[in-house]
Design a protein around this ligand. Structure first.
Ligand SMILES: *Cc1c(COP(=O)(O)O)cnc(C)c1O
Length: 445
Protein backbone atom coordinates (compact mmCIF):
# COMPACT_ATOMS: atom_id res chain seq x y z
CA UNK A 1 0.00 0.00 0.00
CA UNK A 2 1.63 3.15 -1.10
CA UNK A 3 1.27 5.86 1.49
CA UNK A 4 0.08 8.13 -1.35
CA UNK A 5 -3.30 6.45 -1.41
CA UNK A 6 -3.75 6.08 2.35
CA UNK A 7 -2.17 9.19 3.83
CA UNK A 8 -2.56 10.68 7.28
CA UNK A 9 -3.60 14.33 6.98
CA UNK A 10 -3.91 16.37 10.14
CA UNK A 11 -3.61 13.12 12.07
CA UNK A 12 -6.53 11.49 10.26
CA UNK A 13 -6.20 8.47 7.97
CA UNK A 14 -7.57 9.12 4.48
CA UNK A 15 -8.28 6.99 1.45
CA UNK A 16 -7.14 9.26 -1.34
CA UNK A 17 -8.83 12.56 -0.31
CA UNK A 18 -11.60 11.06 1.80
CA UNK A 19 -11.25 10.76 5.60
CA UNK A 20 -11.87 7.20 6.78
CA UNK A 21 -13.70 8.50 9.87
CA UNK A 22 -16.25 10.27 7.66
CA UNK A 23 -16.93 7.08 5.73
CA UNK A 24 -17.34 5.21 9.01
CA UNK A 25 -20.01 7.74 10.04
CA UNK A 26 -21.79 7.30 6.72
CA UNK A 27 -21.77 3.52 6.33
CA UNK A 28 -21.15 2.21 9.85
CA UNK A 29 -18.54 -0.39 10.77
CA UNK A 30 -17.14 -2.81 9.83
CA UNK A 31 -16.70 -1.97 6.14
CA UNK A 32 -14.17 -2.46 3.37
CA UNK A 33 -12.76 0.50 1.56
CA UNK A 34 -10.85 0.33 -1.72
CA UNK A 35 -8.92 3.08 -3.42
CA UNK A 36 -9.68 3.25 -7.15
CA UNK A 37 -6.54 5.35 -7.52
CA UNK A 38 -4.46 2.56 -5.98
CA UNK A 39 -6.21 -0.08 -8.14
CA UNK A 40 -5.52 1.90 -11.29
CA UNK A 41 -1.93 2.47 -10.25
CA UNK A 42 -1.26 -1.21 -9.59
CA UNK A 43 -2.77 -2.23 -12.93
CA UNK A 44 -0.87 0.44 -14.82
CA UNK A 45 2.48 -0.44 -13.24
CA UNK A 46 2.02 -4.13 -14.00
CA UNK A 47 0.99 -3.36 -17.58
CA UNK A 48 3.91 -0.96 -17.98
CA UNK A 49 6.37 -3.60 -16.76
CA UNK A 50 5.08 -5.93 -19.50
CA UNK A 51 4.87 -3.33 -22.23
CA UNK A 52 6.13 -4.44 -25.62
CA UNK A 53 4.87 -8.00 -25.06
CA UNK A 54 1.77 -9.38 -26.85
CA UNK A 55 0.07 -9.68 -23.45
CA UNK A 56 -3.49 -9.86 -22.16
CA UNK A 57 -3.79 -9.17 -18.45
CA UNK A 58 -6.68 -11.23 -17.13
CA UNK A 59 -7.47 -9.98 -13.64
CA UNK A 60 -8.13 -12.97 -11.37
CA UNK A 61 -11.57 -12.15 -10.04
CA UNK A 62 -11.42 -14.48 -7.12
CA UNK A 63 -9.17 -12.02 -5.26
CA UNK A 64 -11.94 -9.38 -5.23
CA UNK A 65 -15.00 -9.79 -7.39
CA UNK A 66 -16.89 -6.58 -6.69
CA UNK A 67 -18.13 -5.35 -10.08
CA UNK A 68 -16.88 -1.82 -9.46
CA UNK A 69 -13.38 -3.25 -8.94
CA UNK A 70 -13.64 -5.42 -12.04
CA UNK A 71 -14.87 -2.46 -14.07
CA UNK A 72 -11.98 -0.31 -12.84
CA UNK A 73 -9.63 -2.80 -14.52
CA UNK A 74 -11.86 -3.48 -17.53
CA UNK A 75 -11.87 0.26 -18.27
CA UNK A 76 -8.06 0.08 -18.45
CA UNK A 77 -8.22 -2.81 -20.92
CA UNK A 78 -8.02 -5.79 -18.61
CA UNK A 79 -9.53 -9.18 -19.27
CA UNK A 80 -10.63 -11.57 -16.55
CA UNK A 81 -9.63 -14.93 -15.12
CA UNK A 82 -12.75 -16.65 -13.77
CA UNK A 83 -13.15 -19.92 -11.91
CA UNK A 84 -16.93 -20.33 -11.78
CA UNK A 85 -20.10 -19.38 -13.65
CA UNK A 86 -20.74 -16.79 -10.95
CA UNK A 87 -17.42 -15.11 -11.68
CA UNK A 88 -18.04 -15.38 -15.42
CA UNK A 89 -21.37 -13.58 -14.97
CA UNK A 90 -19.73 -10.92 -12.80
CA UNK A 91 -16.98 -10.32 -15.37
CA UNK A 92 -19.49 -9.99 -18.22
CA UNK A 93 -21.80 -7.79 -16.14
CA UNK A 94 -18.88 -5.48 -15.34
CA UNK A 95 -18.13 -5.09 -19.03
CA UNK A 96 -15.16 -7.41 -19.58
CA UNK A 97 -15.26 -8.49 -23.25
CA UNK A 98 -15.82 -12.26 -23.52
CA UNK A 99 -12.82 -12.62 -25.80
CA UNK A 100 -10.60 -11.53 -22.91
CA UNK A 101 -11.97 -14.05 -20.42
CA UNK A 102 -10.11 -17.18 -19.33
CA UNK A 103 -12.09 -19.87 -17.50
CA UNK A 104 -9.82 -21.73 -15.07
CA UNK A 105 -10.55 -24.15 -12.25
CA UNK A 106 -10.15 -27.85 -11.57
CA UNK A 107 -13.85 -28.73 -11.37
CA UNK A 108 -15.92 -27.01 -14.06
CA UNK A 109 -19.42 -28.41 -14.44
CA UNK A 110 -21.10 -29.10 -17.78
CA UNK A 111 -23.39 -26.14 -17.08
CA UNK A 112 -20.38 -23.85 -16.56
CA UNK A 113 -18.86 -25.07 -19.83
CA UNK A 114 -22.08 -24.15 -21.65
CA UNK A 115 -22.04 -20.69 -20.06
CA UNK A 116 -18.44 -20.12 -21.21
CA UNK A 117 -19.08 -21.43 -24.72
CA UNK A 118 -22.24 -19.39 -25.17
CA UNK A 119 -20.47 -16.25 -24.01
CA UNK A 120 -17.64 -16.88 -26.46
CA UNK A 121 -14.71 -16.70 -24.03
CA UNK A 122 -11.05 -16.68 -25.06
CA UNK A 123 -10.15 -20.03 -23.55
CA UNK A 124 -10.87 -22.78 -21.07
CA UNK A 125 -7.88 -23.80 -18.99
CA UNK A 126 -8.40 -27.54 -18.74
CA UNK A 127 -6.92 -29.54 -15.90
CA UNK A 128 -7.68 -33.20 -16.66
CA UNK A 129 -8.40 -35.62 -19.48
CA UNK A 130 -11.86 -36.28 -18.02
CA UNK A 131 -12.67 -32.57 -18.13
CA UNK A 132 -11.38 -32.34 -21.70
CA UNK A 133 -13.67 -35.20 -22.76
CA UNK A 134 -16.72 -33.56 -21.22
CA UNK A 135 -15.85 -30.17 -22.70
CA UNK A 136 -15.48 -31.77 -26.14
CA UNK A 137 -18.92 -33.39 -25.81
CA UNK A 138 -20.57 -30.22 -24.56
CA UNK A 139 -19.03 -28.14 -27.34
CA UNK A 140 -20.19 -30.63 -29.97
CA UNK A 141 -23.72 -30.52 -28.57
CA UNK A 142 -23.63 -26.73 -28.90
CA UNK A 143 -22.37 -27.12 -32.47
CA UNK A 144 -19.04 -25.45 -31.75
CA UNK A 145 -15.49 -26.15 -30.65
CA UNK A 146 -14.00 -25.07 -27.35
CA UNK A 147 -10.75 -23.04 -27.31
CA UNK A 148 -8.49 -24.78 -24.82
CA UNK A 149 -5.25 -24.22 -22.98
CA UNK A 150 -4.00 -27.24 -21.09
CA UNK A 151 -2.90 -26.41 -17.59
CA UNK A 152 0.41 -28.08 -17.02
CA UNK A 153 1.74 -28.94 -13.61
CA UNK A 154 5.41 -27.98 -13.90
CA UNK A 155 6.36 -29.73 -10.63
CA UNK A 156 7.90 -26.60 -9.18
CA UNK A 157 7.75 -25.63 -5.53
CA UNK A 158 6.63 -22.02 -5.39
CA UNK A 159 8.09 -21.60 -1.93
CA UNK A 160 4.86 -20.17 -0.56
CA UNK A 161 2.42 -21.43 2.08
CA UNK A 162 1.42 -25.08 1.64
CA UNK A 163 -2.26 -24.04 1.49
CA UNK A 164 -1.70 -21.84 -1.56
CA UNK A 165 0.99 -23.71 -3.49
CA UNK A 166 -0.45 -25.30 -6.65
CA UNK A 167 2.40 -26.35 -8.92
CA UNK A 168 3.95 -29.31 -7.13
CA UNK A 169 3.49 -32.90 -8.32
CA UNK A 170 1.33 -33.63 -5.23
CA UNK A 171 -1.08 -30.79 -6.00
CA UNK A 172 -4.61 -31.32 -7.37
CA UNK A 173 -4.01 -28.73 -10.09
CA UNK A 174 -2.91 -29.21 -13.69
CA UNK A 175 -1.78 -32.14 -15.76
CA UNK A 176 1.64 -33.73 -15.51
CA UNK A 177 3.82 -32.53 -18.39
CA UNK A 178 4.45 -35.98 -19.88
CA UNK A 179 0.73 -36.80 -19.80
CA UNK A 180 -0.05 -33.46 -21.40
CA UNK A 181 2.27 -34.32 -24.26
CA UNK A 182 0.53 -37.66 -24.81
CA UNK A 183 -3.00 -36.44 -24.98
CA UNK A 184 -2.30 -33.20 -26.79
CA UNK A 185 -0.72 -35.14 -29.64
CA UNK A 186 -3.53 -37.74 -29.67
CA UNK A 187 -6.44 -35.37 -30.16
CA UNK A 188 -8.36 -37.38 -32.77
CA UNK A 189 -10.95 -38.47 -30.23
CA UNK A 190 -11.73 -34.92 -29.12
CA UNK A 191 -13.52 -33.25 -32.01
CA UNK A 192 -15.03 -30.53 -29.82
CA UNK A 193 -11.63 -29.25 -28.70
CA UNK A 194 -9.44 -26.62 -30.32
CA UNK A 195 -6.04 -26.67 -28.62
CA UNK A 196 -4.67 -23.15 -28.54
CA UNK A 197 -2.26 -22.98 -25.70
CA UNK A 198 -0.64 -24.10 -22.48
CA UNK A 199 -1.20 -22.65 -19.01
CA UNK A 200 0.46 -22.70 -15.62
CA UNK A 201 -0.26 -21.23 -12.21
CA UNK A 202 2.06 -22.39 -9.45
CA UNK A 203 0.62 -20.72 -6.39
CA UNK A 204 -0.20 -17.50 -4.65
CA UNK A 205 1.72 -14.90 -2.65
CA UNK A 206 5.05 -15.84 -4.25
CA UNK A 207 7.82 -13.66 -2.93
CA UNK A 208 10.64 -15.43 -4.77
CA UNK A 209 10.90 -15.02 -8.54
CA UNK A 210 13.15 -18.04 -9.17
CA UNK A 211 10.27 -20.58 -9.30
CA UNK A 212 8.66 -18.51 -12.08
CA UNK A 213 11.76 -18.75 -14.22
CA UNK A 214 11.97 -22.54 -13.84
CA UNK A 215 8.26 -22.87 -14.56
CA UNK A 216 8.24 -20.66 -17.63
CA UNK A 217 11.34 -22.37 -19.03
CA UNK A 218 9.67 -25.78 -18.71
CA UNK A 219 6.44 -24.46 -20.22
CA UNK A 220 8.21 -22.88 -23.17
CA UNK A 221 10.21 -26.06 -23.85
CA UNK A 222 6.96 -28.04 -23.96
CA UNK A 223 5.36 -25.39 -26.18
CA UNK A 224 8.15 -25.68 -28.74
CA UNK A 225 8.07 -29.45 -28.62
CA UNK A 226 4.32 -29.60 -29.21
CA UNK A 227 4.45 -27.08 -32.02
CA UNK A 228 7.17 -29.09 -33.69
CA UNK A 229 4.89 -32.13 -33.33
CA UNK A 230 2.36 -30.19 -35.41
CA UNK A 231 -0.02 -28.72 -32.82
CA UNK A 232 -1.13 -25.21 -33.76
CA UNK A 233 -0.52 -23.70 -30.33
CA UNK A 234 -0.27 -19.94 -30.16
CA UNK A 235 -0.80 -18.87 -26.58
CA UNK A 236 0.93 -19.23 -23.21
CA UNK A 237 -0.93 -18.41 -20.02
CA UNK A 238 1.63 -17.70 -17.32
CA UNK A 239 -0.85 -17.55 -14.41
CA UNK A 240 -0.73 -15.21 -11.44
CA UNK A 241 0.57 -15.45 -7.92
CA UNK A 242 2.94 -12.51 -7.52
CA UNK A 243 3.11 -11.71 -3.83
CA UNK A 244 2.62 -8.36 -2.15
CA UNK A 245 4.07 -6.86 0.97
CA UNK A 246 1.73 -6.98 3.95
CA UNK A 247 4.09 -5.09 6.24
CA UNK A 248 3.95 -2.05 4.06
CA UNK A 249 4.58 0.44 6.83
CA UNK A 250 8.27 -0.17 6.29
CA UNK A 251 9.28 1.67 3.17
CA UNK A 252 11.84 -1.00 2.26
CA UNK A 253 9.04 -3.53 1.98
CA UNK A 254 7.01 -1.37 -0.40
CA UNK A 255 10.07 -1.07 -2.54
CA UNK A 256 10.62 -4.81 -2.26
CA UNK A 257 7.19 -5.50 -3.79
CA UNK A 258 7.78 -3.02 -6.61
CA UNK A 259 11.16 -4.58 -7.23
CA UNK A 260 9.46 -7.99 -7.42
CA UNK A 261 7.27 -6.87 -10.34
CA UNK A 262 10.33 -5.55 -12.14
CA UNK A 263 12.22 -8.83 -11.55
CA UNK A 264 9.22 -10.84 -12.73
CA UNK A 265 8.86 -8.74 -15.86
CA UNK A 266 12.54 -9.07 -16.56
CA UNK A 267 12.29 -12.88 -16.46
CA UNK A 268 9.30 -12.78 -18.81
CA UNK A 269 10.91 -10.33 -21.24
CA UNK A 270 14.05 -12.47 -21.32
CA UNK A 271 12.17 -15.68 -22.10
CA UNK A 272 9.61 -14.13 -24.45
CA UNK A 273 12.26 -12.76 -26.75
CA UNK A 274 11.77 -14.41 -30.15
CA UNK A 275 8.91 -16.55 -28.81
CA UNK A 276 6.02 -16.83 -31.22
CA UNK A 277 3.19 -16.76 -28.66
CA UNK A 278 0.49 -14.51 -27.28
CA UNK A 279 0.85 -14.23 -23.50
CA UNK A 280 -1.80 -14.21 -20.80
CA UNK A 281 -1.20 -13.09 -17.22
CA UNK A 282 -3.58 -13.72 -14.34
CA UNK A 283 -2.63 -11.41 -11.46
CA UNK A 284 -5.11 -11.20 -8.59
CA UNK A 285 -3.67 -10.23 -5.23
CA UNK A 286 -0.99 -8.04 -6.83
CA UNK A 287 -3.62 -5.71 -8.32
CA UNK A 288 -5.98 -5.40 -5.35
CA UNK A 289 -4.31 -6.56 -2.14
CA UNK A 290 -2.69 -3.33 -1.07
CA UNK A 291 -5.52 -1.18 -2.42
CA UNK A 292 -8.04 -1.99 0.31
CA UNK A 293 -8.71 -1.63 4.02
CA UNK A 294 -11.09 -3.24 6.43
CA UNK A 295 -12.30 -0.56 8.83
CA UNK A 296 -13.46 -1.59 12.28
CA UNK A 297 -14.41 0.00 15.60
CA UNK A 298 -13.19 -0.93 19.06
CA UNK A 299 -16.07 -2.37 21.10
CA UNK A 300 -14.26 -3.09 24.35
CA UNK A 301 -10.83 -3.19 25.86
CA UNK A 302 -10.46 -5.90 28.45
CA UNK A 303 -7.59 -6.92 30.70
CA UNK A 304 -7.33 -10.58 31.67
CA UNK A 305 -4.49 -10.56 34.13
CA UNK A 306 -1.39 -9.64 32.18
CA UNK A 307 -3.00 -9.87 28.77
CA UNK A 308 -4.93 -7.04 27.16
CA UNK A 309 -7.60 -7.79 24.57
CA UNK A 310 -8.94 -5.25 22.13
CA UNK A 311 -12.34 -6.51 20.98
CA UNK A 312 -13.37 -5.02 17.63
CA UNK A 313 -16.58 -5.18 15.61
CA UNK A 314 -14.97 -6.96 12.63
CA UNK A 315 -14.48 -10.69 12.93
CA UNK A 316 -13.07 -13.75 11.18
CA UNK A 317 -16.24 -13.90 9.08
CA UNK A 318 -15.19 -10.54 7.56
CA UNK A 319 -11.45 -11.20 7.27
CA UNK A 320 -10.60 -14.88 7.37
CA UNK A 321 -6.94 -14.77 6.41
CA UNK A 322 -5.48 -14.46 9.93
CA UNK A 323 -7.42 -17.47 11.21
CA UNK A 324 -7.07 -19.45 7.97
CA UNK A 325 -3.38 -18.89 7.23
CA UNK A 326 -2.04 -17.12 10.30
CA UNK A 327 -1.75 -14.18 7.92
CA UNK A 328 -0.35 -10.91 9.19
CA UNK A 329 -2.25 -7.67 8.50
CA UNK A 330 -1.00 -4.27 9.54
CA UNK A 331 -3.33 -2.63 12.08
CA UNK A 332 -3.42 1.16 12.11
CA UNK A 333 -5.42 3.64 14.18
CA UNK A 334 -7.60 5.96 12.08
CA UNK A 335 -6.63 8.85 14.35
CA UNK A 336 -2.86 8.83 14.42
CA UNK A 337 -1.37 8.17 17.83
CA UNK A 338 0.58 10.95 19.50
CA UNK A 339 4.24 10.85 18.59
CA UNK A 340 5.18 10.04 22.18
CA UNK A 341 2.40 7.40 22.64
CA UNK A 342 3.64 4.26 24.32
CA UNK A 343 3.10 1.06 22.35
CA UNK A 344 1.79 -1.88 24.32
CA UNK A 345 1.32 -5.47 23.08
CA UNK A 346 -2.37 -6.39 22.79
CA UNK A 347 -4.44 -9.18 21.24
CA UNK A 348 -6.89 -7.83 18.67
CA UNK A 349 -9.90 -10.12 18.50
CA UNK A 350 -13.38 -10.23 16.98
CA UNK A 351 -16.72 -11.12 18.59
CA UNK A 352 -17.16 -14.56 16.95
CA UNK A 353 -17.34 -17.56 19.26
CA UNK A 354 -14.08 -19.18 18.11
CA UNK A 355 -10.63 -18.82 19.61
CA UNK A 356 -9.23 -18.46 16.10
CA UNK A 357 -11.23 -15.25 15.73
CA UNK A 358 -8.00 -13.43 16.49
CA UNK A 359 -6.49 -10.87 14.13
CA UNK A 360 -3.24 -10.30 15.96
CA UNK A 361 -1.52 -11.59 19.06
CA UNK A 362 0.67 -9.40 21.24
CA UNK A 363 0.74 -6.67 18.61
CA UNK A 364 2.34 -3.46 19.89
CA UNK A 365 -0.33 -0.75 19.48
CA UNK A 366 -0.85 2.72 20.92
CA UNK A 367 -3.46 3.17 23.69
CA UNK A 368 -6.95 2.30 22.44
CA UNK A 369 -10.37 2.85 23.91
CA UNK A 370 -13.99 2.07 23.13
CA UNK A 371 -15.22 3.56 19.82
CA UNK A 372 -11.74 4.16 18.39
CA UNK A 373 -11.50 3.28 14.71
CA UNK A 374 -8.85 0.90 13.42
CA UNK A 375 -8.02 -0.42 9.97
CA UNK A 376 -6.60 -3.73 8.83
CA UNK A 377 -4.57 -2.81 5.81
CA UNK A 378 -3.89 -4.85 2.67
CA UNK A 379 -7.46 -6.17 2.84
CA UNK A 380 -8.21 -5.68 -0.84
CA UNK A 381 -7.55 -9.32 -1.81
CA UNK A 382 -9.04 -12.54 -0.47
CA UNK A 383 -10.92 -10.60 2.18
CA UNK A 384 -14.51 -9.69 1.30
CA UNK A 385 -14.63 -12.60 -1.16
CA UNK A 386 -13.96 -15.03 1.69
CA UNK A 387 -16.47 -13.39 4.02
CA UNK A 388 -19.34 -15.43 5.39
CA UNK A 389 -22.35 -14.83 7.60
CA UNK A 390 -20.97 -17.10 10.35
CA UNK A 391 -22.61 -16.27 13.68
CA UNK A 392 -25.39 -14.72 11.54
CA UNK A 393 -23.35 -11.61 11.00
CA UNK A 394 -24.45 -9.77 7.83
CA UNK A 395 -21.81 -9.28 5.11
CA UNK A 396 -20.11 -5.91 5.53
CA UNK A 397 -20.43 -3.19 2.88
CA UNK A 398 -17.75 -2.20 0.37
CA UNK A 399 -16.87 1.40 -0.47
CA UNK A 400 -14.83 2.63 -3.43
CA UNK A 401 -13.00 5.95 -3.24
CA UNK A 402 -11.63 7.89 -6.17
CA UNK A 403 -10.00 11.23 -5.48
CA UNK A 404 -12.46 13.12 -3.30
CA UNK A 405 -15.47 10.96 -4.21
CA UNK A 406 -16.76 7.84 -2.54
CA UNK A 407 -19.47 5.34 -3.38
CA UNK A 408 -20.98 2.35 -1.63
CA UNK A 409 -20.30 -0.37 -4.18
CA UNK A 410 -22.00 -3.06 -2.14
CA UNK A 411 -24.48 -2.29 0.60
CA UNK A 412 -24.41 -3.93 4.00
CA UNK A 413 -26.47 -7.10 3.90
CA UNK A 414 -29.93 -6.56 5.39
CA UNK A 415 -30.95 -8.83 8.24
CA UNK A 416 -34.06 -9.81 6.31
CA UNK A 417 -31.97 -10.83 3.30
CA UNK A 418 -29.92 -13.08 5.57
CA UNK A 419 -32.50 -14.72 7.83
CA UNK A 420 -35.33 -14.51 5.29
CA UNK A 421 -33.64 -17.23 3.19
CA UNK A 422 -34.58 -19.83 5.77
CA UNK A 423 -37.78 -21.80 5.20
CA UNK A 424 -39.72 -23.87 7.69
CA UNK A 425 -40.77 -27.32 6.46
CA UNK A 426 -44.50 -27.88 6.03
CA UNK A 427 -44.79 -30.04 9.13
CA UNK A 428 -43.70 -27.15 11.31
CA UNK A 429 -46.27 -24.90 9.67
CA UNK A 430 -49.19 -27.33 9.91
CA UNK A 431 -51.01 -26.15 12.98
CA UNK A 432 -54.56 -27.14 13.70
CA UNK A 433 -55.65 -23.68 14.84
CA UNK A 434 -54.31 -22.01 11.71
CA UNK A 435 -52.39 -19.64 13.93
CA UNK A 436 -48.85 -19.45 12.61
CA UNK A 437 -46.55 -17.31 14.70
CA UNK A 438 -43.40 -19.04 13.34
CA UNK A 439 -44.11 -18.08 9.77
CA UNK A 440 -44.69 -14.49 10.75
CA UNK A 441 -41.45 -14.44 12.68
CA UNK A 442 -39.53 -15.53 9.61
CA UNK A 443 -40.82 -12.68 7.53
CA UNK A 444 -40.83 -13.31 3.74
CA UNK A 445 -41.92 -16.83 2.57
C1 LIG B 1 -5.98 -17.80 -7.78
C2 LIG B 1 -5.52 -17.85 -9.18
C3 LIG B 1 -4.89 -16.73 -9.74
C4 LIG B 1 -4.58 -15.47 -8.98
O1 LIG B 1 -3.66 -15.69 -7.95
P1 LIG B 1 -3.03 -14.43 -7.19
O2 LIG B 1 -2.13 -15.05 -6.20
O3 LIG B 1 -4.15 -13.70 -6.55
O4 LIG B 1 -2.32 -13.62 -8.20
C5 LIG B 1 -4.52 -16.81 -11.06
N1 LIG B 1 -4.75 -17.91 -11.79
C6 LIG B 1 -5.36 -19.01 -11.28
C7 LIG B 1 -5.59 -20.19 -12.14
C8 LIG B 1 -5.77 -19.01 -9.95
O5 LIG B 1 -6.35 -20.09 -9.45
Amino acid sequence: MSSNYFPYRDGQLHVSQVPVARLAEEVGTPFYCYSADALENSYRSFAAALSGLPATICYALKANSNQAVIKTFADLGAGADVVSEGELRRALAAGVPAERIVFAGVGKTGQEMIAGLDAGIMQFNVESLAELELLSQVAQQRGTTAPVAVRVNPNVDAGTLDQITTGRADSKFGIDATEARDFLTGTGSLPGIRFEGLAVHIGSQLTDIAPYRTTFERLIALYHELREAGLPLRRLDLGGGIGISYKHHLQEQVEEAEQRVRDYAQVVHGLADGLDAELVFEPGRLLVGNAGLLVTRVLYVKDNGERRFVIVDAAMNDLLRPSLYDAWHEILPVSAAAANAELRPVDVVGPVCESTDTFAKQRPLPPLKKDDLLVFSSAGAYSFVMASTYNSRPLAPEVLVRGDRSAIVRARMEYDAMIGQDRLPDWQNERADGDNPQKTALGAA
